[in-house]
Write a protein that binds this ligand. Structure first.
Ligand SMILES: Cc1ncc(C[n+]2csc(CCOP(=O)(O)OP(=O)(O)O)c2C)c(N)n1
Ligand code: SF4
Ligand SMILES: [Mg+2]
Length: 282
């Protein structure tokens, strides 16, 4: 399929200029260049402006409850591990309600790609503070300013043992497309956080802000160096984009003998006589 063939036919209703448009185009370009057909892809979406992504892609999809992308993605992958599973969700969805699921999904290391659209707010519900909102920011939910410390999602995934940790930027679609391709090609859980300006409710994190801070990791950067990754993820005066850390570990699919050679889907369903069990329970 060509990139344009991944358009579902529905027109996105994101605000003009929203960083989600570039993410949408980067995803379509990545699928096309990897030669994956829409029938072999499942896009799992959280709730939020970011979560609308599945409506605009000609792939299979599942719009989950808020913060619940990981359980659904896990189920899809375990049922048919031949599928390409991509998750799209917001900073609120993944780092707020979904945080517990997120950390445990990393530990499982299923072969899934997770795109977190980090706009530092709850966009869909009109700009309330999210887990990545800076201290002091006044919003409808924090009229006197946020008092909690913001969290760094990449630092959490790195410390939880993620095998692929990357950062992209909506202002550089070509770079983001290549990052998504690398994430899909990576054997294991790939966490890609995207710096995504919310042009309507975002205060600090505009294209201008990012254009002055973002720099690309070069070919010479050693992505297997954990200490360097830790340092880069915590930089504040500048923001690295690219694959910050990558390592190899067995995926959960490889460790489960039931699906390591044949997917559950291909095994079919064997009819079993469970009358004796039912009788015992009755
Ligand atoms: C259980 C539950 N709680 C709260 C909501 C309301 N809600 C919808 S989207 C959202 C936050 C969206 O923020 P984020 O995940 O960052 O996505 P964005 O819209 O910024 O892309 C919230 C709190 C909900 N839908 N379900
Ligand atoms: S509210 Fe923000 S994140 Fe949502 S569509 Fe508009 S610009 Fe994008
Ligand atoms: Mg958000």
């Amino acid at each position: 399929m060509k990139a344009v063939e991944f358009n579902s036919g529905k027109l996105p209703n994101w605000c003009p200029g929203c960083g989600n448009f570039a993410i949408w185009n980067a995803i379509k370009g990545a699928f096309a260049e990897l030669g994956i057909n829409g029938k072999d892809i499942v896009n799992i979406s959280g709730i939020g402006c970011s979560g609308k992504m599945l409506n605009y892609l000609r792939t299979y999809g599942f719009h989950t409850l808020h913060g619940r992308t990981m359980p659904v993605a896990t189920g899809v992958k375990l049922a048919n591990n031949r599928l390409t599973v991509l998750i799209n969700g917001g900073d609120g969805d993944g780092y707020g309600m979904g945080m517990g699921h997120f950390v445990h999904a990393i530990r499982r290391n299923l072969d899934i790609t997770y795109l977190v659209h980090n706009n530092h707010v709850y966009g869909l519900t009109t700009g309330q503070a999210s887990p990545t909102t800076d201290r002091g920011l006044k919003s409808k939910s924090t009229p006197h300013g946020v008092i909690d410390e913001p969290l760094n999602g990449l630092l959490i995934s790195l410390s939880a043992g993620a095998t692929f940790v990357a950062r992209g930027y909506s202002g550089d679609m070509e770079h983001l497309k290549n990052l998504i391709k690398e994430g899909i090609n990576h054997k294991g859980f790939a966490h890609i956080e995207v710096l995504q300006p919310c042009v309507t409710f975002g205060k600090t994190y505009s294209y201008e802000y990012y254009d002055s801070k973002v720099y690309k990791l070069t070919e010479e950067y050693d992505r297997s160096n954990y200490a360097d990754a830790l340092r880069i993820i915590q930089e504040e005066d500048k923001l690295a984009i690219g694959v910050i850390y990558q390592t190899k570990k067995l995926t959960q699919e490889e460790m489960l003998p039931q699906i390591s050679h044949t997917s559950l889907f291909e095994k079919g369903v064997n009819k079993r006589d469970i009358t004796s069990i039912m009788d015992r329970m009755g």
